[in-house]
Design a protein around this ligand. Structure first.
Ligand code: WTA
Length: 659
């Protein structure tokens, strides 16, 4: 059903293929009247107030948006609600206790089916346990877990008490974990002995032990207790007086727990993300506005039918996609989901497709990097499975290249399922730009349309809207319900990072173009943030990890284009002249390992090059752009501003020799 229209990218006319929604899909879609866009645009506050009223409030709000102190927004601030009760108790009260909330599939093949009734019971028990451990409204709890049901139980139990969770992805190092614990001043850590990854046990508790033993930020350690879920059965040490087994503790509490309402602006969670400096930013999200937009977009963008759909988002809970589109959005909507602990290639590349066949998954939400990895393995693998239940496909994390889009559409979606390419960020909390599958004529490679009630712009350096067909910077002008409220403990950095550039517009850090139809095409980050497998990494953070190594004098890191991961970390280092212990090769291997253990395996450089000089301007600024070109094997551009014009020649020669 490919249909070609004449949209254009930039000012020259290019033919852009497009895929209109089928009449059948549109007829059954949750949203099939385009009037939704202009209705929302007429009065966005009224629109969002209506969406917020789809939730259950213990005290209804009267005030919708308070923007009297920009950029600090307050939504529904005089209302009160309990986020967890909206995700659980509400559905049970509506008679949906027997509906499956999660089909859990462990990597070794163990399974669990958990209904809304059972999940509610477990969360209530856990909330009683946390209360007994001293957790109350306003506290912070760090969660460092594998992808198992208890992770979700822990988050919902924390939220139920009005405390805030800070989930740290299980792949982060002890140092990264400790920095996050210190910054949030978390009093409790919830972890597991280990989880399963690639057919092996991957230990977690020892990393927590290491993290808590580090020197930290100089203030007294905030953590008092560590709760440990038994998952993988690996040997771990339990520190008397500090460490407790989850199952031992939770058994002594009953499943009676009455949720009370908290103000809409009560903190729900902090999630750390990489910025342009070495220190990760603690993105703060609050309750009412966040839940409103997570739930609304989940229902609209995926055309969710909670009674019949089986939804699977492959993201780990450690990232914002796991927060908004595994935990809060889908549960608020009463969805039935699949969660899977492991990697797509264990025991073989058929694992994901076998899950889709087994659970008759109808909505799949994943990342372009995963799609490209599956493409590389070949279509013969998914073709062995019955994927006919699939009716909507989603993509997130980076722009999806048209080739991957077409493969996803044809091989996984049977040529019928629409693909919703969703642009958003940890900071936006929920989807901002995405097609509505019953309304939008899809264009591979473009996230296309701002969601109803969302005011996205592509602007020039002065903040003026660019004309259609032009490129610029992506901004958001009007506040939105699930927006970041601040950077935890650092209002100044919040203002400086997102608002200083344009004053009255949120600057997302992404470049974008609008085409002749007004559709938005995302072009990647315009700052020193890399996107590796859909995960944000900071150049500065990896550079500072490298120079912490005693053999390194100086380091520059770039994100080079990579066929599978989108971008890959490539590091250029100058070794200290007095270091003679390591050969260049040894240094390169040692430094890859060092970065992985300092930050986490996701930050491990694809390549490390030992060089004698780095390209710098006369004022001493490293020209990363030139290094990126070299790392991508491109012609090196203008080097006349360099202090030493020969350095790029040497580096390029070195890179060519490597190929
Ligand atoms: C990029 C993930 C293009 C973008 C939800 C953004 C995308 C950053 C898309 C946020 C998309 C995410 N098309 N680019 N559909 N989705 N990005 O905070 O650069 O981990 O700024 O949130 O990922 O990454 P984050």
């Amino acid at each position: 059903m490919t249909d070609t229209t004449h949209g254009t990218i930039e000012s020259h006319s290019l033919e852009v293929e497009s895929y209109p929604p089928s009449a059948e899909f549109t007829a059954q879609a949750n949203l099939n009247d385009p009037a939704v866009y202009w209705q929302a645009a007429q009065d966005p506050e009224a629109y969002w107030a209506g969406r917020a009223r789809e939730l259950k409030w213990t005290k209804p709000f009267e005030e919708v948006l308070d923007w009297s102190n920009p950029p600090f927004a307050k939504w529904f601030a005089d209302g009160e609600l309990n986020v967890t009760a909206n995700c659980l108790d509400r559905h049970v009260a509506a008679g949906l206790g027997d509906r499956v909330a999660f089909y859990f599939e462990g990597e070794p093949g163990d399974t669990r089916t958990i209904t809304y009734g059972e999940l509610t019971h477990e969360v209530k028990q856990a909330a009683n346990m946390l209360t007994a451990l001293g957790v109350t409204a306003g506290d912070r709890v760090a969660i460092y877990m594998p992808m198992i049901p208890e992770t979700i139980v822990a988050m919902l139990a924390v939220a139920r008490l009005g405390a805030a969770h800070s989930v740290v992805f299980g792949g982060f190092s002890a140092e990264s974990l400790r920095a996050r614990i210190d910054d949030a001043r978390a009093e409790l850590v919830i972890t597991a002995d280990g989880g399963y990854r690639k057919g092996r046990v991957s230990a977690l508790k020892p990393t927590v032990d290491d993290a808590l033993a580090l020197a930290g930020d100089g203030q007294p350690l905030s953590v008092e207790k560590v709760l440990v879920v038994k998952r993988a059965g690996n040997d771990i040490e339990m520190q008397e007086g500090r460490d407790l087994w989850w199952h031992d503790e939770v058994a002594s509490y009953d499943g009676e727990h009455t949720a009370v309402g908290f103000p809409a602006e009560n903190p729900l969670f902090i999630l750390y993300t990489s910025g342009t400096t070495g220190k990760p930013k603690g993105i703060l999200h609050t309750s009412g506005g966040y839940l409103t937009q997570a739930a609304a977009t989940h229902r609209d963008v995926f055309d969710l039918k909670p009674e019949t759909d089986v939804y699977w988002c492959t993201a780990d809970i450690g990232w914002v996609t796991g927060h908004s589109y595994v935990v809060y959005g889908p549960l608020a909507n009463g969805a039935t989901q699949v969660i899977y602990e492991g990697t797509p290639d264990t025991p073989d590349w058929g694992r994901w497709w076998s899950l889709i066949e087994k659970y008759k998954i109808s909505i799949l939400y994943t990342a372009p990097t995963a799609i490209r990895a599956c493409m590389k393995v070949g279509r013969q693998v998914p073709e062995k499975y019955d994927l006919s239940a699939i009716r909507v496909l989603g993509s997130v994390g980076e722009p999806i290249n048209p080739e991957a889009w077409r493969w996803y559409h044809e091989v996984i979606g049977g040529g019928r399922a629409p693909i919703v390419d969703t642009w958003w960020q940890t900071e936006t909390g929920a989807i901002m730009i995405a097609p509505l599958p019953g309304l939008t004529r899809l264009k591979p490679g473009s996230a296309q349309v701002p969601q109803p009630g969302i005011d996205v712009n592509v602007v020039d350096d002065q903040g003026g809207r660019v004309d259609r067909g032009q490129g610029g910077l992506l901004t958001i002008r009007r506040p939105w319900p699930s927006m970041v409220r601040t950077i935890w403990g650092d209002d100044a950095r919040f203002i400086d990072t997102y608002w200083a550039k344009f004053g009255d517009q949120y600057f997302a850090g992404d470049g974008a173009r609008v085409d002749e139809d007004g559709d938005v095409w995302l072009l990647g980050r315009v700052d020193d943030v890399m996107n590796v497998s859909g995960h944000r990494l900071s150049t500065a953070e990896i550079e500072s990890a490298l120079v912490e190594h005693n053999a390194v004098a100086e380091a520059a890191v770039v994100g080079a284009d990579d066929e599978t991961t989108g971008q890959a970390v490539v590091a250029f280092v100058i070794l200290k002249s007095q270091q003679t212990l390591l050969s260049e090769e040894e240094a390169e291997a040692a430094l890859k390992k060092h970065v992985a253990s300092a930050i986490g395996a996701i930050a491990r450089p694809r390549q490390v090059f030992v060089v004698n000089e780095l390209p710098k301007t006369r004022s001493g600024k490293i020209m990363r752009r030139l290094l990126k070109d070299a790392a991508e094997g491109k012609e090196i551009g203008d080097t006349t501003t360099l202090a030493d014009t020969s350095v790029m020649q040497t580096i390029s020669q070195r890179m060519r020799a490597e190929r």
